[in-house]
Design a protein around this ligand. Structure first.
Ligand code: RIB
Length: 298
């Protein structure tokens, strides 16, 4: 059976992570426990997860002409991700400075760098060269006008568009109108609506007639279908080491599920299983389950 084809238009970063039992206060210096560098960026993480699940993934994005950029390309090659749509610029590759505390909670500062240098016309050409395109995913770590242009082209091709509005920024009505799926987490949902996603009443009428999922961390996720029906799916209890990239693991595996022909609830359950596995290990992509581990889920 041929692999479902997914394109990710989005960010690729190097994650520079400090692990420390506690996070310093303003003006305070503390001694931490561990420093790691790892592959990150919400777009690259989602691409990696979809590829590990079994999709043929094409990545469209921007990296620098530097060592971090070279490493990101090597990583994509190892994962079998097509990187023909990656544009290289003289602006440094994006980096994320991450602090993780003993509860596994993170604080992240992203410096977008070359992720903000993507040329729209080249991105659209890259998308249009992809055969049998089924699903296109984006986030908010690249410029919104790039996502809008690529999603517009994706809709012309008949592909399903999924936007993960992370990190949160106000979204244009034009972009919202062409997102088949919107997948915010609870904080992003609150920014979008000024309401909490824990009560069904607050979800009624959200993106009327369109599909959404709100991810709720340890509490799982909630699916809002086109007819307005609401399905809450809990997450298994797991011991948390590092939550970095868990939301991306959800989006990448959910997108794979849809592209593979699963119904939305089944794809959502796959997303929750995979994201729950990822929080038990350190890092973003370094925490993702292997193809063998994912195969054991079905
Ligand atoms: O969602 C986690 C990701 O956010 C990290 O990998 C980091 O690169 C930031 O983009």
């Amino acid at each position: 059976m041929s692999k479902p084809v997914i394109a990710v238009i989005g960010s690729a970063m190097m994650d520079l992570t400090a692990y420390s039992r506690v996070i310093p206060e303003p003006g305070q210096t503390i001694v931490g426990d561990l420093f790691t560098t790892g592959f990150g960026g919400k777009g690259a993480n989602q691409a990696a997860m979809a590829a590990l699940c079994g999709a043929k993934v094409h990545f469209i994005g921007g990296i620098g002409s530097d060592l971090f950029g070279d490493s990101i390309l090597e990583n994509f090659e190892k994962l079998g991700i097509d990187s023909v749509g990656i544009q290289r610029s003289n602006t440094p590759t994006g980096v994320a400075h991450i602090w993780v505390n003993r509860e596994g909670e993170n604080r992240i500062i992203v410096i977008p760098g070359s992720n903000h240098e993507i040329e729209i016309s080249k991105a659209i050409s890259s998308l249009n060269e992809i055969e049998n395109l089924s699903v296109v995913i984006a986030q908010c770590e690249i410029k919104q006008q790039v996502t809008l242009a690529v999603f517009t082209a994706a809709k012309v091709r008949g592909a399903i568009t999924i936007l993960n509005p992370a990190p949160f920024e106000p979204l244009s009505e034009e972009l919202l109108a062409i997102c088949d799926w919107l997948i915010p987490n609870e904080t992003e949902f609150k920014s979008l609506t000024d309401a909490q996603p824990y009560e069904d009443a607050n979800l009624t009428g959200f993106r009327s007639g369109k599909c959404s999922i709100i991810t709720l961390g340890a509490q799982g996720a909630v699916l809002i279908s086109t007819d307005g029906s609401i399905t809450r799916v809990p997450a298994p209890k797991v011991s948390v080491v590092d939550t970095t990239g868990a939301g991306d693991a959800f989006v990448g595996s959910f997108a794979y599920g849809l592209a593979h022909g699963m119904n939305p609830e089944t794809a959502l359950r796959l997303g929750i299983s995979v994201a729950s596995m990822s929080v038990s290990k350190k890092g973003a992509q370094s925490s993702y389950p292997t193809q063998a581990e994912i195969a054991m889920l079905s």
